[in-house]
Design a protein around this ligand. Structure first.
Ligand code: GCB
Length: 623
């Protein structure tokens, strides 16, 4: 062997060894984020909710810490950073943090409402929870799922970085099979709710930017091959054909899956392809369709060997025809209200089924058959309860006001949030409209941004309507709706605030409108503020009388719009907003609620309730 050849060979061996070494070193920081697992409520899970230890870290010191050893960006590891949960080896060692002696915060929960000191805190908090784990089967796979972390999460398990998630209202999960140990696991999440211009939402919003692990944290135990996702809906354009799609994770291509709806005596066996995918159709004669009047849900069971994944699914069709919105082929009027994800009585982010029941029961009392969940995807309990209570839903992503429309990363993030929302809630009959934006000013970059999202929505769910809350503008005396997005959307929806931000109330019923579209029209917002308990003449701002008059006059005006097919006034209950500073009136709350943050109905609540009774009396049985 020539000297040159042996040199080349040893060079190659060295190179391979180095590559192997690099792979081994890098292995812990591989991105482990997995396709989203859906339908957690019906999987085998262990809750990681509860008291987590918390270190408030406004200076982001947690990356460096006691040895001042910098965070190694390449390996993304450091023994001295907070996520290593290091404990001093002896009395001499300097360690300047200690999770075990730190106060706790509840998960799920926002930190702002849990500690007075954190009331307006925006920054970083490191949260840690320890746990033991013994798998119930050999060869299984374990995932950690977060319902939502507001706004940004960096997740570490036993000192290893699992990944980062950006977006405070959508779920995500990591596979952790290789990283779990039977005893003493520690999960550390660096949560950051700093507002950023390029984020979704951007820095300026009219709601409080709650920080924290705001929804459930769950360990999911699955087999090597398992049902990752299953969608079953009425096939668009039909009233008794069901169209389904199954996605297995870890499939070999030889699996057969059984789908059954016991109540209808329906069963179908389908084979998946090598990617683990299968789609199928089933004729379902005698199917009872879901509607607000009769929110029928069927038990659907998907079986793969010994695994069974159940769900409760309603089937209904939703479409438009000319100016009509058709539910199961019948024209409907959407008697709605807008809702923020906040427990109004406790001034905190809502997350539980009890929170959802409170808000949705108020909406029912108001006479609603529909709610607009503003301005971001709410927790899943809201959608599951809306399914059960018979409320139709508008779901939205936080593309709000003037976000960074020209920034490709912003678009990528909005698109990811949209995909996660659709994937999580596609089996919910209540959801009839996906909204891609709220009050975004028209312009080339914004139009392209929204067009992208509208197109994506149609591809990912051809069975629902797509809309966005648009803006109006004045041309002299005439209020005009002419946003070019109207052409791409199924429903032209807009927000307008006559009698609050401009325009007189007295002559509102005579107002002139020009809506340049033949499609169904929704007024996605109107309203005005009132401090509950403040009374006076109807001309006096902030009185309940002013707000009730505003509702009376706006309803008289909007009713005359020929294509009007629904309303979701702003808003069900007063909510926290730090930009609302008027002392004695607002005190950090947007007061446009029909219900105060003490739970007391204002006069306008009854004005709208009367109007909805009148509309309901005219409506069809299904509404
Ligand atoms: C809007 C926004 C909503 C605000 C509301 C208001 O148009 O969509 O988020 O809270 O106006 O009260 O000004």
């Amino acid at each position: 062997m020539s000297y040159r050849m042996s040199y080349r060979m040893s060079y190659q061996i060295l190179r391979s060894l180095m590559l192997l070494l690099a792979l081994l070193v890098l292995r812990p920081c591989q991105a482990l984020e997995q396709p989203l697992l859906t339908n957690l409520a019906n999987r085998q899970t262990i809750s990681l909710n509860g008291a987590w230890q918390a270190i408030v870290d406004p200076y982001e010191a947690g990356y460096y810490n006691y040895r001042r050893e910098p965070y190694d960006r390449q390996t993304q590891r450091s023994n001295s950073a907070f996520y290593s949960n290091h404990h001093a080896a002896d009395k001499a060692e300097l360690v300047e943090y200690d999770f075990d002696k730190s106060p706790t915060l509840n998960v799920p929960g926002d930190w702002n409402s849990q500690s007075e000191k954190l009331f307006y805190y925006e920054g970083n908090v490191w949260l840690k929870r320890s746990f033991d784990f013994s798998p119930s089967q050999q060869g299984g796979r374990i995932f950690i799922h977060f319902g939502a972390v507001s706004q940004r999460a960096e997740v570490y398990l036993n000192g290893t970085k699992l990944g980062v998630h950006d977006g405070g209202f959508t779920p995500f999960n990591f596979e952790v099979t290789a990283w779990l140990q039977p005893k003493g696991n520690f999960l550390v999440v660096k949560v950051d709710n700093i507002r950023r211009a390029e984020a979704v939402p951007t820095s300026s919003t009219d709601w409080w930017n709650y920080g924290g692990i705001t929804r459930d944290v769950t360990l999911i135990e699955e087999r090597k091959t398992f049902i990752e996702d299953h969608v079953l809906q009425l096939k668009p354009g039909t009233l008794q054909t069901l169209a389904g799609a199954i996605r297995l994770n870890g499939a070999t291509g030889s699996e057969r899956v059984t789908v059954s709806i016991p109540e209808l005596h329906l069963e179908r066996v389908v084979s998946v392809d090598r990617a683990g995918l299968a789609s199928y159709e089933i004729e379902a004669p005698g199917l009872s369709l879901w509607s607000p009047a009769r929110p029928k849900l069927y038990a659907v069971v998907v079986t793969l060997g010994a695994q069974a994944l159940r769900d409760a699914i309603g089937f209904r069709s939703i479409a438009t025809h000319g100016a009509e919105i058709l539910l199961n082929g019948q024209p409907i009027f959407l008697r709605g209200i807008s809702i923020h994800e906040e427990n109004a009585l406790q001034g905190r982010r809502a997350y539980s089924e009890a929170d959802a029941r409170q808000a949705l029961s108020w909406a029912k009392e108001l006479g609603c058959n529909y709610v607009r969940l503003a301005h971001y995807p709410h927790n899943e309990a809201m959608l599951r309860l809306a399914d059960q209570m018979g409320l139709m839903v508008w779901e939205e992503i936080p593309v709000y006001w003037t976000i960074a429309f020209s920034n490709p990363a912003t678009l990528a993030n909005a698109s990811e949030q949209l995909a996660a929302m659709i994937r999580r809630d596609r089996n919910r009959a209540s959801v009839i409209i996906w909204s891609v934006a709220n009050e975004t000013p028209p312009g080339a970059a914004r139009n392209a941004f929204l067009a992208h999202l509208i197109d994506q929505t149609r591809r990912q769910d051809p069975g629902r309507l797509v809309s966005a809350a648009l803006e109006t503008h004045q041309e002299g005396e005439v209020t005009v709706v002419s946003d070019p997005m109207g052409e791409l959307l199924d429903i032209v929806a807009f927000n307008q605030y006559r009698g609050w931000y401009g325009g007189s109330l007295d002559d509102a019923p005579q107002a002139r409108w020009e809506i340049r579209s033949d499609k169904p029209v929704l007024v996605s917002e109107f309203g005005g503020g009132a401090l509950q308990g403040l009374h006076g003449p109807r001309e006096q701002r902030w009185t309940e009388e002013y707000q009730a008059y505003l509702y009376q006059q706006n309803l008289a005006m909007l009713e005359k719009i020929p294509n009007l097919r629904g309303l979701s006034p702003w808003i069900l209950a007063d909510f926290r907003s730090p930009r609302r500073v008027l002392p004695g009136i607002q005190d950090g709350y947007n007061r446009k609620g029909l219900i105060s943050n003490q739970g007391i109905r204002k006069q306008a609540f009854f004005t709208l309730q009367d109007f909805y009774r009148k509309i309901a009396a005219r409506g069809s049985q299904a509404e």
